[in-house]
Design a protein around this ligand. Structure first.
Ligand SMILES: Nc1ncnc2c1ncn2[C@@H]1O[C@H](COP(=O)(O)OP(=O)(O)O)[C@@H](O)[C@H]1O
Ligand SMILES: [Mg+2]
Length: 280
């Protein structure tokens, strides 16, 4: 199989460095800062969740790591190289599915290798292998519309992982699923991540999801998104569904909920009283 591998296999890959990154959105007069002065690093193989309220800039940040959006300030590198545009090295899975409806599951998954010129037999074999890993053996000939929402997301993950990316980026990938399927998919994802250890950045606004999945949670404030806490989780792996009733889990959940409830910081001008006298 013609897989993409690191330039130097002696070094672990998938290191992300975000240093003082700001990103502006909107045109000219309507331009605004969506995320402001973000700094954090993700080490090879780590599973990091970015958690924050709706609109705080999570998708914006992930879009920049994927190379779909340009940063306005700071530095953003993956394995030491600045992110200049999209690459199969940085695969992204979204909430809404992006499969080709006219292609069968196997051909959807084999699309990346096809674009790189991998032969038909080889890419089909690779696709079937990865489909087995995500639990979709027997569905190779199905069309996406014949699959449930959870199964479609498995195909999305497979079509990204077939490229053996340096980093796996996930933007609320289970947000449209019902609660039960969502919990099952979280376990499926952790199984896949164990089989193919890949640095993962997973965006969510769901505290339970972040606590269940992550090694570390980067908590963001409301817009413009800033980091309010970088939290390392103490839970052992493999994670089991009972974890959500663990005393420490419940304690951390309360703690993170408190962080997310913090009121937005008032802008500088709000500190002036009506007469323009600044507070002491
Ligand atoms: N292309 C765009 N132009 C203008 N505003 C945008 C654009 N995309 C997103 N926004 C706004 O930027 C803010 C951050 O968006 P987003 O990154 O999607 O937040 P999140 O993923 O955390 O919900 C939101 O207030 C959103 O409405
Ligand atoms: Mg979003």
């Amino acid at each position: 199989m013609n897989i993409r591998v690191a330039d130097d296999l002696t070094h672990a890959v998938g290191c992300i460095d975000v240093t003082h990154v700001s990103i502006s959105l909107g045109e000219e007069a309507e331009a605004f800062e969506a995320v402001s002065d973000l700094s954090f690093a993700v080490t090879p193989g780590e599973f990091v969740c970015i958690l924050g309220p709706s609109g705080c800039g999570k998708s914006t940040l992930l879009g920049a790591v994927a190379g779909h959006l340009k940063i306005g300030g700071g530095q953003l590198t993956v394995d030491g190289k600045p992110v200049l545009g999209p690459s199969p090295d940085r695969g992204i899975v979204f909430q809404q599915h992006t499969l080709f409806p006219w292609k069968r599951v196997r051909d959807n998954v084999a699309f990346g290798p096809k674009m790189r010129g991998v032969g038909k037999q080889e890419r089909r074999r690779a696709a079937d292998q990865i489909l087995q890993l995500v639990g979709l053996s027997g569905f190779e000939h199905f069309y996406p519309s014949q699959l449930s929402g959870g199964m479609q997301q498995r195909v999305e993950i497979a079509r990204v992982l077939i490229n053996r990316p340096r980093v796996l980026l996930m933007d609320e990938p289970f947000g449209a699923l019902d609660a039960q399927t969502r919990n099952m998919m979280q376990e499926v994802l952790l199984d896949i991540w164990t089989e193919i250890p890949t640095t993962t950045v997973f965006v969510t606004h769901d505290i339970d999801e972040a606590l269940f999945l992550a090694d570390r949670i980067v908590v963001m404030s409301a817009r413009p998104g800033r980091i309010v806490e970088d939290l390392r989780l103490p839970f052992a792996r493999p994670r089991v569904s009972d974890l959500v009733t663990d005393v420490e889990f419940v304690r951390l959940k309360r703690h993170v909920r408190g962080l997310l409830r913090q009121p937005e910081k008032a802008p500088q001008l709000a500190r002036l009283d009506p007469l323009g006298v600044q507070e002491a």
